[in-house]
Design a protein around this ligand. Structure first.
Ligand SMILES: C[S@@+](CC[C@H](N)C(=O)[O-])C[C@H]1O[C@@H](n2cnc3c(N)ncnc32)[C@H](O)[C@@H]1O
Length: 186
């Protein structure tokens, strides 16, 4: 494996996702947007990849990018309500890329309240050794509020059950940050 330098939060997130996801795993992209993250996750060969978004446009963009991938199930709706078919302790990785759809309506952004509801529910879906990845955007006021709310919640998670690690670029003001929450059980 070539270790490229970490130029952005995306490089870092991809490294973690590659490390965590094995072929045949179940994966959820809780904010599929234009599909860039979904495309990368699909390349890790999951048996099922759920792509969620509240915007029809986002699902259309993701479907267009993914082409005829048979492993993706698209779900229109708020990620505070996961598709019922996803069973408890079955998912290896749940990915959030917070904020608004690039090139879309900036008012249709993720919100602290529903994001928190979603990550709390995500804990029950994650299988032993699985993880939740949250990319935060503290560079704008609402994104900073959302990041603070998620960090405050994550800091309270039982350390024997969940490993919580927050990565931020300490010499880049306003850069996105990455929160990883991994089940300690194997
Ligand atoms: C930064 S974009 C995601 C970028 C995407 N992962 C990509 O690679 O292109 C954030 C997305 O979250 C979606 N979103 C906002 N609130 C949501 C919610 N409550 N449930 C699900 N998706 C939501 C937005 O519609 C937007 O498409």
């Amino acid at each position: 494996v070539t270790f490229s330098s970490f130029k952005s939060h995306i490089d870092l997130a991809h490294r973690y996702w590659q490390h965590i996801v094995q072929p045949g795993d179940i994966v959820v992209d809780a904010t599929c947007g234009n599909g860039q993250d979904t495309l990368f996750l699909d390349g890790l060969q999951p048996s099922r990849l759920y792509a969620l978004d509240i915007q029809e446009d986002a699902l259309v963009n993701t479907r267009t990018l993914l082409g005829d991938s048979k492993s993706v199930t698209y779900h229109l709706g708020c990620h505070s309500q996961f598709p019922e078919e996803i069973q408890s302790k079955s998912v290896k990785l749940i990915v959030y890329n917070l904020g608004y759809l690039p090139g879309g309506d900036k008012t249709l952004t993720t919100l602290s309240e529903t994001t928190l509801l979603s990550v709390k529910r995500a804990l029950d879906l994650v299988k032993p050794g699985g993880a939740i990845s949250v990319t935060c955007y503290p560079g704008h006021p609402a994104g900073a509020v959302e990041e603070n709310a998620i960090l405050a919640w994550a800091e309270g998670l039982d350390r024997h059950t969940w490993s919580c690690c927050h990565h931020r670029w300490c010499n880049r003001a306003k850069a996105p940050s990455l929160l990883l929450i991994q089940s300690c059980k194997s």
